[in-house]
Design a protein around this ligand. Structure first.
Ligand SMILES: [Zn+2]
Length: 235
């Protein structure tokens, strides 16, 4: 039976760096993949004004999602200023109710480096059960079941203890193309962090592959909270 997968990143390009190889694997085997992005990435340029870089980044994110036939959900919160409050919780509950995933993949709410990453992961953890609760009303009807929640690797793998690996050797080229769709970030990441983002991704995927005994891998942690299932849902 085909599954429905929702991956939620804080910024346009996070999913490409951290889990796109796995998303490409899901898509290739016929699963339905949704990609959602919390913020509009509007600080990601050393020279373009906010509105302009946000527009460019949405276009880039849509081009990347299209490579694997994923449906993109652009939430559009301000970059660097995402908060866990009643309004954002309702928005993410409705995102889950609209996409009705079996599996949600998002940031680790404890160990990543960026507040928008932590907040995205924390909101999804907070609302996971609420998606099924009829008395919490949003635009779409409540889900029948609570989705399984996986946390993807942190940026550069810092402080992340992998529990499950996905061999992405067969999809690394797709992952590279998806990340390359975020062309505006080549300049920003070079300027801000002095790094080549494609090379950065390849080193991280190669290092996780080394740990897993394959050429390239991505890694995850299952959020095991009540009500939990032991079924493996990664591709
Ligand atoms: Zn990010």
């Amino acid at each position: 039976m085909n599954m429905r997968i929702l991956a939620v990143g804080a910024h346009p390009d996070d999913l490409e760096i951290l889990c796109a190889g796995s998303l490409a694997k899901y898509a290739a085997r016929g699963d339905r993949v949704f990609m959602a992005i919390s913020t509009n990435g509007e600080v990601g340029s050393p020279r373009l004004p906010k509105e302009e870089i946000a527009r460019i980044r949405e276009r880039e994110a849509r081009a990347s999602a299209a490579i694997i036939g994923a449906e993109l959900h652009w939430l559009g919160y301000p970059d660097e200023f995402l908060y866990d409050n009643e309004s954002t919780r309702h928005r993410y509950i409705d995102l889950i109710r609209e996409t009705r995933p079996d599996v949600v993949i998002t940031h680790d709410p404890l160990h990543d480096y960026h507040p928008d990453h932590l907040t995205t992961g924390q909101i999804l953890w907070n609302i996971r059960v609420m998606t099924t609760v009829p008395n919490i009303k949003t635009k779409h009807p409540p889900c029948e079941k609570i989705p399984a929640l996986y946390f993807m690797d942190t940026i550069a793998g810092i402080n992340f203890s992998p529990e499950e690996y996905v061999d992405i050797t067969a999809t690394i080229e797709t992952k590279r193309r998806m990340l390359a769709a975020h062309a505006s970030q080549a300049e920003w990441l070079k300027d801000q962090y002095n790094m080549s983002y494609i090379e950065f991704m390849e080193i991280c995927s190669g290092f996780r592959g080394l740990q897993a005994g394959v050429r390239f891998a991505e890694c995850f942690r299952r959020s095991v909270t009540f009500p939990a299932t032991s079924e493996r849902l990664l591709p």
